[in-house]
Design a protein around this ligand. Structure first.
Ligand code: ATP
Ligand code: MN
Length: 300
């Protein structure tokens, strides 16, 4: 079993209670003083000390001994709170293998109580440098968020909400199931990343479907993906049809954003070039852009 799941199983109610108090108070303290934790959890201080010792040895909190003794959560600690909420709401019952480590996320497989296979994506903002965060996450630059956790939570909420809207309008995206904090649960797509997908039956139709999803995103939802590539497309075969699902949406920008046009153009030029080079499918990027923006009803 993976570390996150193993750690989760070691926790009991009062551990979660202390973690939740530290999380809440982190908006006011860099390290939450022990006295504040004691006051908020309403447990005898000897119990609090035992819990904090346990959380510290499981690396769910970090201790600082300076002018006062204080604690803050680690990402693993935040993971526990998110998992707890997802489990209690009946959205998740098990965590499986790690499928990937991205620049800003860890992706696991999971199971719902009904036995459906799902994807559990943990956003990890701040693992790389702050400069990168500001560059990549447009929404970060304009908001005075003080901690990485807040940004990771924003990423989780953004990704879940935009998936809900995209899914509603019939775009080919994984069905969103739920989220808590920085963790998003979606349908598991039984598929292969486009960059690994050899010998497609009908690459032309796959590209059309990708462009159709971009059009729905742009016209019906009002967003641009902004990071489209052969790594963010999963090809599933359903009833002998190749369905290209577009994943990884947290960096989307709204149509009205000053960078939207440039990002849409980048996405479209990138994916049409990929299909031209790899599969010899010729679709003019300008025509595709007009189709996506609704200036033309057909692609050809
Ligand atoms: P970032 O761009 O922040 O680094 P990321 O690339 O790590 O994010 P995703 O692209 O969402 O995050 O997912 C990483 C990998 O996990 C994908 O390439 C894919 O292999 C797998 N994956 C993600 N979502 C799904 C899904 N719904 N079904 C099946 N596999 C998925
Ligand atoms: Mn990705």
């Amino acid at each position: 079993m993976v570390l996150i799941a193993l750690t989760y199983k070691k926790l009991v109610d009062r551990d979660f209670k202390v973690l939740a108090v530290i999380e809440r108070e982190m908006s006011r303290y860099e390290y939450v003083p022990v006295e504040v934790i004691e006051r908020r959890v309403r447990m005898p201080s000897t119990h609090v000390a035992m819990v904090l010792q346990k959380l510290n040895s499981l690396k769910l909190v970090r201790r600082r001994i300076g002018e006062y003794v204080g604690y803050r959560l680690t990402y693993l600690g935040l993971d526990m709170l998110a998992l707890r909420s997802l489990v209690e709401r009946g959205l998740l019952s098990a965590l499986g293998d790690k499928l990937g480590v991205g620049k800003e996320s860890d992706v696991y497989s999971g199971l719902t109580p009904a036995g459906e296979r799902v994807i559990v994506k943990f956003h990890r903002v701040g693992r790389t440098s702050f400069q990168r965060v500001v560059r990549v996450r447009h929404y970060a630059a304009s908001k005075p968020y003080s901690s990485w956790f807040e940004l990771a939570k924003v990423a989780g909420q953004r990704e879940f909400r935009v998936l809900e809207e995209l899914y509603k309008v019939g775009a080919l995206v994984p069905k969103p199931i739920g989220y808590s904090r920085h963790v998003v649960v979606t349908e598991y797509i039984e598929g292969v990343e486009l960059y690994l997908y050899e010998n497609p039956v009908n690459p032309e139709s796959m590209l059309y479907k990708i462009l159709e999803t971009l059009r729905k995103a742009y016209l019906d939802v009002g967003v641009v993906h902004g990071d489209l590539s052969e790594y963010n497309v999963l090809v599933a075969i359903v009833d002998e049809e190749e369905l290209p699902y577009i994943i990884d949406w947290p960096q989307y920008v709204e149509r009205e954003h000053p960078a939207a046009e440039q990002l849409l153009r980048r996405d479209v030029e990138y994916i049409t070039r990929f299909f031209r080079k790899k599969y010899r499918v010729q679709v003019d990027a300008e025509k595709a852009l007009r189709y996506i923006r609704g200036e033309a009803e057909e692609l050809l």
